[in-house]
Every structure is written in C-alpha cells, then in structure tokens.
Design a protein around this ligand. Structure first.
Ligand SMILES: C[S@@+](CC[C@H](N)C(=O)[O-])C[C@H]1O[C@@H](n2cnc3c(N)ncnc32)[C@H](O)[C@@H]1O
Length: 208
C-alpha cells in the first residue's frame, strides 16, 4: 500500500471518532479561529481537506464554496453537516496533491489543520498555488513543530502515535513547506505558543 493510501485509510477509520476526540481542542481554541478565517473569504472559495466538515456551519452565505477531501468517510460526515446546517457546498472526493480543477479557478483557498497529514505537503501546496488566482488569497490555520527544544522533542517522540492513529504529523514544519512550494508573500501569526499558526499567503504567481 502506498503512503497516500495508508493516510487516506487512517482518516476513513478516524471518521467515526474524529469529532469526539477533537472536541477539547475545538472548545479551547479552534472554534474561534474557524470563525475568524470565514470573515476573510470572498468569491469562489476552495476548502482543502474539509474532513468531517467542522468549518461548514461557519461558512458565510455570500461565498461560493467547493470543498475537497481524499477520505470518502470523512466526506460523508461533512455531507451530514452541510445538510444539518443547511449550507450549500460542493463536496468533492479529490486528492489535494492532484486536483482536477483548472489553473486560477478560486479567489480564495483555505485549510484548517490539514498540512500535517497531506502525504506530500509541498506537492499539495503547489497545487493550491496553481488553482488559486494570481493575486488570490490563501488562509491557513495549521499547527507545526515547536522551536522550543523540550516541546519540539516531545512532539518528535509522540509523532508516531498521532501518525498511526490519524495520519497526522505533529512535528511537520509547515511554514518551511510553504516556502519550499514557491510562495513568497507569507504572513505568519502565532495563535497558541509557536505551535498553532494563522498563515496568510498572497498568491503572486508572476512576480516576486
Ligand atoms: C486533521 S483533518 C482536518 C479536517 C478539517 N479541516 C478540520 O479542521 O477539522 C485532515 C483532513 O485532511 C484530509 N487530507 C489529507 N491529505 C489529503 C489529500 N492529499 N487530499 C485531500 N484531503 C486530504 C484528511 O482526509 C482529513 O480529512
């Protein structure tokens, strides 16, 4: 089984307990930041790695959202949320590393806690760059490895646990991956210590 398939299957398996397990994180921090991201979106919007659809209830009605995930089982939960909250969203089974969208399709792309698990993060980020319009905006709420020696080491130690349970790497360096994908205008704000970050990227394709 290749790595993509392995991670996808882990999320299929996690779909039944994901919302329950994530509830403490949700209450402590994430809910606030999910709603904050929504305020910055406009036009045609892509959510990458929609998961069980935790952002769906906060989608504003004046945007046109397409959301993708490569786990069918996570998408099933997202479909239930779209129905429950009466939100119009195009939910599509698709791999973020090989998107079927044309270049320059979306005004905004956003992710929340996704690039810890995309098997080849730089490839996925390059795809986001491609499908987002020139001058478009990319907003990410992502966690990454702490630069604190002790905390960083603990994250390295516990990484195999979260990777096996979920498919999530808690010790990824996502901001470095974003730079490696060719983005140049990146604003990073620490939300919880130096682990949870809001990352805003201005997608300048043809200029530096
Ligand atoms: C930790 S969950 C986060 C879900 C959601 N964004 C949230 O905030 O709760 C990561 C999600 O990214 C999805 N994912 C990971 N790699 C992907 C890929 N290559 N293409 C599409 N979805 C992917 C997983 O299936 C999973 O649903």
């Amino acid at each position: 089984m290749d790595n993509n398939e392995k991670i996808r299957k882990r999320y299929d398996r996690a779909s039944s307990f994901y919302d329950f397990f994530e509830q403490p994180m949700e209450i402590m921090t994430l809910k606030k930041w999910r709603t904050e991201v929504m305020r910055e979106l406009h036009g045609d919007v892509l959510e990458v790695g929609v998961g069980t659809g935790k952002n769906i209830q906060y989608y504003p009605d004046n945007i046109n959202v397409t959301a993708i995930d490569f786990s069918e089982k996570m998408l099933e939960k997202a479909r239930e949320k779209a129905e429950k909250f009466n939100k119009k969203v195009k939910l599509i089974h698709m791999d973020a590393q090989n998107m079927e969208f044309p270049d320059n399709k979306f005004d905004c792309v956003f992710t929340t806690c996704v690039f810890c698990s995309v098997p080849n993060p730089v490839k996925g980020l390059k795809e986001i760059k491609r499908v987002c319009k020139d001058d478009g905006k990319i907003i990410m709420i992502e966690h990454e490895r702490s630069e604190n020696k002790v905390v960083g080491l603990l994250m390295d130690i516990f990484n195999p646990l979260t990777l096996n349970l979920y498919g999530a790497n808690i010790n990824r360096r996502t901001v470095d991956n974003i730079k490696n994908a060719g983005f140049t205008k990146i604003e990073v704000t620490n939300l919880k210590g130096d682990i949870l970050k809001k990352i805003v990227i201005h997608n300048f394709k043809n200029r530096c």
